[in-house]
Design a protein around this ligand. Structure first.
Ligand SMILES: N[C@@H](CCC(=O)N[C@@H](CS)C(=O)NCC(=O)O)C(=O)O
Length: 213
């Protein structure tokens, strides 16, 4: 069986858990405790030199990193249901929206970035939380505008797909950082629909074996 090295509250791990669950593919979940710094230990650095989760280890021992690249691998390997549409324009738009989250929003509120802001720029927990909320709000404002231009139940699609694997974990983080999701009615509606879906329920942070109160 494949192994997913992740952490219950890591949004990048959460993306991959959703993709696996949507595809109905099982993987053994192995916790890397970010709060205890296990991601920077030798065992994990040998899996991912960046010291990040997730890492997906295939049955032959090949280790894949970067959540969107892992989702792309899963989509190419386990075809149904497809996470990306066949239409090249739609695919590009969905990838762009997904990258808005994975490349533009999420990295600036990563654990190591928040710890750096606290240590090097004299911010306390509240300051770091405000920083995270600011960048999430900026990114979600742009995504909400785009989402409003489509009258599909999900983001440009009729089923939850690639983008929703990114949106739901980012919305979970937004709430943790105190962002008011009422500012983003379409994103909030998509998130609510997803949160009733069995794959998203299975992947939810609180339903992971390493979750703590
Ligand atoms: N671009 C990477 C980001 C991975 C990432 O930032 N993972 C976070 C958890 S969501 C992490 O491992 N953080 C550990 C740290 O910052 O020390 C991906 O999408 O996989």
């Amino acid at each position: 069986m494949m192994k997913l090295y992740g952490y219950w509250r890591s949004s990048a791990s959460y993306r991959v858990r959703i993709a696996l669950a949507l595809k109905g593919v099982e993987a053994e979940h192995i916790a890397v405790n970010l709060r205890e710094g296990e991601q920077k230990g030798g065992a994990h650095i040998s899996r991912n030199a960046q010291g990040f989760v997730p890492v997906l280890e295939l049955e032959d021992g090949t280790q894949l990193t970067q959540s969107l690249a892992i989702m792309d691998y899963l989509d190419a390997t386990f075809r149904e249901p497809a996470l990306m549409p066949a239409d090249a324009v739609l695919r590009s738009k969905i990838l762009a929206a997904s990258l808005t989250i994975a490349s533009d929003i999420s990295p600036i509120q990563n654990l190591s970035v928040l710890n750096y802001i606290k240590a090097e720029h004299g911010q306390d927990g509240e300051g770091a939380k405000k920083w995270a909320a600011h960048w999430i709000t900026q990114g979600f404002t742009a995504l909400e505008k785009t989402a409003q231009t489509y009258d599909t139940p999900y983001f440009m699609t009729h089923e939850p797909r690639f983008f929703e694997c990114c949106l739901v974990p980012q919305t979970y983080n937004a709430r943790r950082f105190g962002v008011d999701m009422d500012q983003f009615p379409k994103l909030k509606e998509i998130d609510a629909l997803c949160c009733e879906h069995p794959a998203f329920i299975k992947a939810a942070p609180g339903n992971q074996a390493d979750a703590t109160p």
